[in-house]
Design a protein around this ligand. Structure first.
Ligand code: SAM
Length: 171
């Protein structure tokens, strides 16, 4: 097994509740917008997120898809601002479904990403075998992870992930 970088093996002395430039580890509990406001420009190397899909779960208010997407725009602006130029955003979403019509959210997000200046580097398909069964259509068994930004270094991470999880033909 490859050696993990020292940084990953060290236990942080303290966990900070909000951002400090010298903090080793911050765990912010609250609304992501409040967290992002604390961050200086271009400080983050990698953002991995699975935002609400507008399904009406306990943590969200289900709304019209256009309204839902509108609520995400200020967040995308902030994410672009805090991400380093060579950083990456990995945005994992599934489908929004209304009256039997399927809206693949990553397709709807794409123009919003583009407008902020993000560039799509990889469209990763996460295939899984579990979940609720649909009764009137094929059951959704994939999520899409959009990996965005300009000069990303995430390819190196992806390469080791693929060699670990997949056979060379499917990678
Ligand atoms: C689609 S779920 C993610 C599920 C998660 N990836 C998992 O597999 O369990 C969305 C998550 O975002 C959190 N969330 C929703 N709105 C948020 C907000 N404004 N700020 C921070 N987190 C939020 C929810 O509590 C929920 O855990």
């Amino acid at each position: 097994m490859k050696q993990l970088p020292d940084l990953l093996l060290q236990t942080p002395q303290t966990i900070e509740p909000c951002f400090r430039i010298d903090a080793r580890l911050v765990v912010f509990q609250g609304d992501v917008s409040d967290c992002l406001e604390q961050l200086p420009d271009e400080t983050i190397q990698l953002i991995i997120t699975s935002p609400p899909y507008n399904l009406g779960k306990e943590y969200e208010n289900r709304r019209d898809i256009a309204d839902y997407l509108k609520t995400q725009v200020p967040l995308l602006k902030q994410l672009y601002r805090v991400l380093k130029k060579e950083g990456s955003l990995c945005w994992q979403v599934g489908n929004f479904v209304e009256e039997g019509e399927v809206y693949p959210l990553d397709i709807f997000y794409y123009p919003l990403f583009k407008k902020q200046g993000f560039k799509l580097r990889n469209r990763i398909i996460w295939r899984f075998g579990h979940g609720l069964h649909a009764s009137k259509r094929l059951s959704g068994r994939v999520y899409h992870i959009n990996h965005l930004k300009e000069r990303s270094r995430l390819e190196f991470i992806l390469r080791s992930f693929y060699s670990f999880r997949c056979n060379p033909a499917s990678a």
